[in-house]
Every structure is written in structure tokens, then in C-alpha cells.
Design a protein around this ligand. Structure first.
Ligand code: NAD
Ligand code: LMR
Length: 328
């Protein structure tokens, strides 16, 4: 592996997710022994808090942390970055739906898309965690016309991991026995966690569970509404698990999935599975060397079709709303 440091930008670095993400990035969870240079973007009032976080990073004496730069100017922070993790956005509070966030957060992603377009490295990959993640990724992508569209993705890996965990708890299987999990659509309550193509120790997961009512009435809503359940319980949105999933997604994207399994990523649709072209929607993908490919040829029954269509219709509505707002 290269010993040149990978330049990784993190936005919203002084926030809750940042407080977990930065330390895991610096300790090698993304790249093992390859050095990493952190470029941390915040809004001006949060820079002082960010300085405190950097003091803590220093105090860890991480051997592979090759440097840290902080600032409030996207063009300076994104200069030459190979990976940009766009986390900074206003999180959802109790009672809020993601749609409420579109206008509040959309403007952030137009500016950051433009800055990435101007100054990021030629090989940049951009992962969007900040909500509404799919549409924020669409906004950034549209505002960065010189960066290939397949370099943008939005995070549905947390939903993917949640689905694996729920299925493991139900069946008593180890999480490592569960493969081919898929999240389709939006990172929202309309998302569709699909067990019909998943496998548990090589057997079809829906057949192992053998309980359609549990799948429809417990599993799917538990996974889809997990973010809200955590907000309700913690009083603020998921942070450590979101950071962990952000790293899982970036690692598998850059290095390929360690298990050879497919993963869920929200990526630009080419029309596969009837998902309208150009939407950033979650699909099952295989990853290799910084590229992804949508898994083809899966049979979609009527139950799954209706769920995928409902979630992609919501994405199309979000696209119409941000078009109306002049963000794309
Ligand atoms: P937080 O409020 O603790 O931190 C957000 C940080 O972003 C703040 O420090 C804020 O100052 C910063 N910020 C705001 N505007 C910015 C800008 N223009 N540039 C740079 N930084 C900016 O929130 P959090 O808990 O860390 O969550 C961050 C985002 O991640 C939220 O949108 C949240 O909803 C989302 N999230 C997504 C997932 C997912 O699975 N996709 C999971 C959990 C949370
Ligand atoms: C999550 O899934 O935990 C986050 O996206 C928080 C939210 O707003 O649901």
C-alpha cells in the first residue's frame, strides 16, 4: 500500500459524528497503516471547539496521522483532497422529518460541491453523511460538473448495518454469517431494507426467517425508523454508529469489500431496477479499487417493487423541491 498520506476532508468536524469519526480515521480504521492527513472544515463559530478536538487528536499521538489542518474556507480545506466526507449539516431534532432539512442544508452542499469541483484531487471520492444525505449528494454532484458523477455517494451503510444486526438478533446468526443485505432508496423512513436477496450462512434469509409478518411489520419499520428511535432515546441523532458506518462505506469503496460481499451505497442511478435516472438512490453494489457497480439481475417481486417505488418517488419529490429552490 502507498505510504503517501491520503488527504481526507471531514466537514462538520466539531460535531457529534466528528468526535467519533476523526479518532477512528486517525487510528487506522480506514486505511490501516497508511498515513492519513486530516482537513477539517467547520463554520467560523465552531472553530474554537474544533481546536480543542485537534488538541485531543495531538494527545493521542497516533502514529499514522500525518497532519491536521482546520478552517472555515471550503476551497482551502478541500485543496487536493482524495476523499471528502461531508458530514456537516444541521441534524434532525425530535419531530422533524428530513424534508424539513432540505432548504436548511441544501445551500451548504451547493457551496461545497463548487469548492470540490475547483480544488479537489483528480481521484477524489465524496461520501455524504449529512442529511438529507441522498439529496445533499445530488446537490453537491450537480454543482461539481467536472467531477465524474460516480465519485459521489450518500450513506446508507448505517441502515445496512442496522438491518444486518436486526436479522442476526432475530435468527441467532452471527453478523458475519449474513450476506447480500440490501437497502434500496432513500436514507429515510421510506427506505426498503430487503431480506429477500439476503443470505444467512448461505441460505435465503427470508426462508430462514419464514415469517412474512415479522419482515413487513417489525423488521422493515424497525430498520427504517431506527434513526428516529435513537433521537427519541438519546435526545440527539446517532453519532458513533453513523461515524462507524461512514468509515465502513469509505473503506469498502476505496479498498473493496474485505469479505467480497456486496454492500448498500446510495449512488447515481443509471435506471437500473426502474429507479429514475440521475437520482442518488441506494442499491446493492460491489466495490473494487475506488469504483462501484450496481449488482444486476436480481428478481424484484411485487412487494419489493412497491417499496422501492415508494422510496424513489420520495427522492424524485426531493429532487423537484431542490430544483424549485434553485439548488440544482
Ligand atoms: P452536529 O450538529 O453535532 O454537528 C454538525 C456540525 O456541522 C456542527 O459542528 C456544525 O457547526 C457543522 N456545520 C454546519 N454547517 C456547516 C458547513 N457549512 N460547513 C462545515 N461544517 C458545518 O450533528 P451530527 O450529529 O454530527 O450530524 C451531522 C449530520 O449527519 C446531520 O445532518 C445528521 O442528520 C446526519 N446523520 C446522517 C446519518 C446517515 O446515516 N446518513 C446518520 C446520523 C446522522
Ligand atoms: C440516522 O439514521 O440515525 C440519522 O439519519 C438521523 C436521522 O435523522 O434519522
Amino acid at each position: 500500500m502507498s505510504s503517501t498520506p491520503l488527504k481526507v476532508a471531514v466537514t462538520g468536524a466539531a460535531g457529534q459524528i466528528g468526535y467519533s469519526l476523526l479518532f477512528r480515521l486517525a487510528s487506522g480504521a480506514l486505511l490501516g497503516d497508511r498515513p492519513i492527513e486530516l482537513r477539517l472544515l467547520e463554520i467560523t463559530p465552531a472553530l474554537k471547539a474544533l481546536e480543542g478536538v485537534v488538541m485531543e487528536l495531538d494527545d493521542c499521538a497516533f502514529p499514522n496521522l500525518a497532519g491536521v489542518e482546520i478552517g472555515d474556507d471550503a476551497e482551502k480545506i478541500f485543496d487536493g483532497v482524495n476523499l471528502a466526507l461531508l458530514v456537516g449539516a444541521r441534524p434532525r431534532g425530535p419531530g422533524m422529518e428530513r424534508g424539513d432539512l432540505l432548504s436548511a442544508n441544501g445551500a451548504i452542499f451547493t457551496a461545497q460541491g463548487k469548492a470540490l469541483n475547483k480544488v479537489a484531487a483528480d481521484d477524489v471520492r465524496i461520501g455524504v453523511t449529512g442529511n438529507p444525505a441522498n439529496t445533499n449528494a445530488l446537490i453537491a454532484m450537480t454543482n461539481a460538473p467536472d467531477i465524474p458523477q460516480e465519485r459521489f455517494s450518500a450513506l446508507t451503510r448505517l441502515d445496512h448495518n442496522r438491518a444486518i444486526s436486526q436479522l442476526a438478533a432475530k435468527t441467532g446468526a452471527a453478523v458475519t454469517d449474513i450476506k447480500k443485505m440490501t437497502i434500496w432508496g432513500n436514507h429515510s423512513a421510506t427506505q426498503y431494507p430487503d431480506v429477500f436477496h439476503a443470505e444467512i450462512a448461505g441460505k435465503n434469509a427470508a426462508e430462514v426467517v419464514d415469517d412474512q409478518a415479522w419482515i413487513a411489520d417489525t423488521f422493515i419499520p424497525t430498520v427504517a425508523k431506527r434513526g428516529a428511535a435513537i433521537i427519541e432515546a438519546r435526545g440527539s441523532s446517532s453519532a458513533a454508529s453513523a461515524a462507524s458506518a461512514t468509515i465502513d462505506a469509505a473503506r469498502d469503496w476505496l479498498l473493496g469489500s474485505a469479505t467480497g460481499d456486496w454492500v448498500s451505497m446510495a449512488v447515481v442511478s443509471d435506471g437500473s431496477y426502474g429507479v429514475p435516472e440521475g437520482l442518488i438512490s441506494s442499491f446493492p453494489v460491489t466495490t473494487k479499487g475506488g469504483d462501484w457497480e450496481i449488482v444486476q439481475g436480481l428478481e424484484i417481486d411485487d412487494f419489493s417493487r412497491a417499496k422501492i417505488d415508494a422510496s424513489t418517488a420520495e427522492l424524485a419529490d426531493e429532487r423537484a423541491a431542490v430544483t424549485e429552490l434553485g439548488l440544482i
